[in-house]
Structure formats: structure tokens, C-alpha cells
Design a protein around this ligand. Sequence first.
Ligand code: AHR
Length: 303
Amino acid sequence: MKLNTILTGVAASALMSTAAFADVTIGFSQVGSEGDWRPAFSKNMQDEAATYGVDLKFANAQGKQEEQLRAVRAFVAQGVDAIIIAPVVVTGWEDVLEEAKDAEIPVFLVDRDVDVEDKSLYVSRISADFNLEGKIAGAWLATESLGSCKIVEMQGTTGSAPAIERKGGFEAVIDQFPAMEIVATQSGDFTTEGGKKVMEAFIKSTNNLDGICAAFAHNDNMQLGAIQAMKEAGLKPGEDVLMVSVDYVPAIVDAMNAGEANASVELRSAVAEFIYPVITDYLDSPTDLPKWIVIPSDLHVAN
Ligand code: AHR
């Protein structure tokens, strides 16, 4: 089954323009450099900044929210024109967002979401729809397994938007099928090592994945670790167990070509072209933007 590009909400492309290449300074607080997708996203944002007249101040939080809070406060103190945050987790943002608002510095969320009651604390979130990605993975698996499947799940970082939303979307689909069930679930923190450890534990607790039909990982790197663990246990990932994950990084494409992974939902990493024009246009002429500008996600299936 091939699900083509699905757009929800306001399509990002509809908001892109070629105007307003102002010279602006933007601070970007990035989650960290876990996995393969995140560094590719950081590189794209850094490489493309000059094209959009942006002087980018880049801060890598190494997966720590306290580092992000420190970085955002430093950007406020520097008086940057705008702040971009890819938040590690959804909670704990109110105070620092208030501080940016008091300083009249517009904040844009990219990639991950925050859970704040007062949505006026940020201008807009420009990102993929993680819940939809979970739904796409679940729909693919429901089709492949004819609605009957015991699943092991590797969750992303606890409390992060992609872990919460991908799980929610996936469950919303499989809950429609009485014979589909997640029998074991654990966080692998979005890393290859984490995914390997979690799969090793699943292999033990399920007597070598006996009766397990699929592994759903919230990102490809955890799935790549799971593939290693399964091979070390003498199992054949992609054959004995259906393997579905999210990101579509080059290493999972290799695994798909080798028959060791079956499907991956693409989370685009080259998204500077969706993000910078929205911000520079806004700085040029502030206007009400949709609270969420959605970047499409596509399903890729091994041949
Ligand atoms: O927030 C997006 C997720 O974060 C990506 O799917 C994952 O690879 C990264 O760590």
C-alpha cells in the first residue's frame, strides 16, 4: 500500500513566499544531535540561513531542557530579532516564553510542540504532524497484517511531542482492530543504542519475539538498533517481524533495500525552506499566522 503525501491544516507551501529577504538575527535552540535525522535538520538550517538573509545563532542543547532555557534567555538578552525553539519536551516552557514576549521577541516553534495554555506565547509552530505519522504507520501495519498483529513498540524521548503524538496516532488506528495489540512498550530515547537495548529486553521477555508480528519504532535510529539486536539473536528482521518506523534516514533506506526493514514514514529534514520565509516575512510585516503550519509526511515502503 502506498499512502501519498497527506496534508492537514494549513499546507506550509501555501505560506511560502519569495519576498522579504531582510537581514535578521535569529537564535535557534535545537534539541541536540541524537540519531541521524536531527543533525541533518541542523545542517540544513545552518547551511540555508544565509540564503534567506538570516544570521543564525545556533545552540545545541544536547537533549537537556535546562540548556534550552539558558539558550533562550541568552537570545533574549542579546536582543535577537526572533527565536526558534525545537523543544526537547512539551512541558516547562511558560516562564521563558513569557520573558521573550515581555522583550517583544517573537518565538517560533519548529519540529516539536510545547504544551502551554496561552498560545499567544509563540507565533506559530512549523512542523510535521507527528500524530498523522503514527496513524500512517498504524494504517500500513493494519493493511499488511490484515488487522491481526501483536506489536512491540519503541517509544521516543519520554515527554517529547513526537513520542506522545506518534504513539497517540498509532494507537488511534490499531484500536480499530480488536486483534491488533501493543504487547510491550519502552522508551529507547530516539537513539540506536536505546533501540538496541529495548529490543534485547523484548527478545528476552517474549521468548525470542514468539508470536510478535511487528516492531513499531518512533524513529529509524531505534529501529536500526532493534535490527542489530534481532540479528544478534538469530532473528530475521523484516521477515520474521514487520519493521515500521519514522524519519526515512539513509540508513533505514539501506535496511529496507536489504529486506531488514519494511516501511518508514518520512520526516523531512530539509525544512529550512518552509521555516525561514515564514519568519522573515513575519518580521518584515507582522501579521496573524496560523498556530500550526504543517509540513507533509510521506510513507515509504520496501519493494
Ligand atoms: O522530533 C522529531 C524526532 O526527533 C525525530 O523523529 C527523531 O529522529 C528525533 O530525535
